[in-house]
Design a protein around this ligand. Sequence first.
Ligand SMILES: *Cc1c(COP(=O)(O)O)cnc(C)c1O
Length: 384
Amino acid sequence: MLEKQLLMIPGPTPVPPKVLRELSTPMINHRGVEFSNLMQEILVNLKKVFKTENDIIIYPASGTGAMEASIVNTLSPSDKVLAVSIGAFGDRYAKIASDFGAEVIKCDFEWGEAADVNKIEEILKKEKDIKAVLITHNETSTGVTNPLKEICKIVKKYDVLLLVDAISSLGAIELETDNWQIDCVVAGSQKALMLPPGISFVSISKKAWDYHKNAKMPRHYFDWSSYRKWMEKNQTPYTPALPQLFGLKTSLKILLDEIGLENNFKKHRILRDMLREGVKAIGLELLAKDEFASPSVTAIKTPAGIDVKNLRSIMRVKYNVITAGGQGKLEDKIFRIGHLGFVDKMDIIVTLSALEMSLLEVGYKLEKGASLKKAIEVLKNENI
Ligand SMILES: *Cc1c(COP(=O)(O)O)cnc(C)c1O
C-alpha cells in the first residue's frame, strides 16, 4: 500500500503524527498510580470536550459497543423507547434496542432529511410511558446534522431518558451535554477525536444512573456497576486499551489547547462549505440541504450515467484519494467525503482536484478548476 494516501472517509480518519508516536509508548501497569494519573488527566479534558460534569466511561470497543452500553445499562426488556432515525446509524440504534427486547417505536425520516421536532413531540404526547428517546446527532450515512439543541429542548419537557449517538459529531460539531440535558452522549475514537478506531465513550447523567438501578437488560462486559466500583481509583474493571489512552491524552491536548474547541467547530464548517460550494460549481448535486448539512461528512449524488464505483476507484488508484460509498439503500446513489478530525483546507483542495480529474476521465463535462476556484473563494482569508 502507498504510504501517501489521503483518507477522506468519515472514519477511521487520519491520525496526527504526534498521536501516532504516542501509540508506541511502552505498556504500564493498569493497576498502578501511573495509570490512575493518566486516566485522571484524560477524564478532566474529555469532560471539557463533552461539556459535562457527568461521569464518562471509556470502553475498549468500537462506537457501537458504547451505543449498546447506553441501552442495556438503562433499560429493561419490554420498555417502550422512541427511536428517531434519519439514516443507517439511526436504524442501528433502534435495532440494538429491539434486539435487547425493548418495544421500539420508530420515528423515521427520509434519508437526506433532518428529524422534524414537531413530529417527535406528537409521538411523545400521544404515546404513554415512553422511557427513552434515542437519536443520532450527526447521521454519517447521509451527511445530515440533526437540530439537536431544539430536539433536546422539546424531549426534555417529558420525563424520558435522552440517549444521543454523537459518534461522528463530538469534537467537530457543537454539543453541550449538560446545558442540553443529554443523559447519555455516545462517542467514538476514530472520527473527530483524531485517534485510531478501538475505544468509545459514554457519558452518564444522574438520571441515567437512576435508570441504571432498575435496568434489567442482560449485560456483563459493558455493565456500568462494574465500572463504577473502579472509578474512584481512576481505574477500569478490565484491562484498558493502553495505546489508545496514550494517544487520547495527546489528541485531547491538541483539540483543546492547540486548536481550541470553538475554532475546531468553525474549521469543520468552513471545510464543509468549501467542499459543498466546490462540487456545486461543477454541477454535482448534494443529498442534504444547506440548512442541515453536516460539518463532518458530505454526501454527493452520483451524476446520471456515471458508475460511482468506477469513479471512486479512479480517485483511489490514480490520485490516492479515498472516499466512501453509500450505505444501504443509498449504495451507488451517492458517494461520501469525510472531512472531520485531522483534515484541513488543503485536503479539500486536493480532493476536489482528484474529483475533477476523475470525473473528466469518465466523460463528465465540467469547466476545469471551477470547483477549486469556488472553494478558494469560500476560504477567503479564513484563518483555519
Ligand atoms: C461510525 C459511526 C457509528 C459506528 O461506530 P463503530 O465505531 O463503527 O462501531 C455509529 N454511529 C455513527 C453516527 C457513526 O458515524
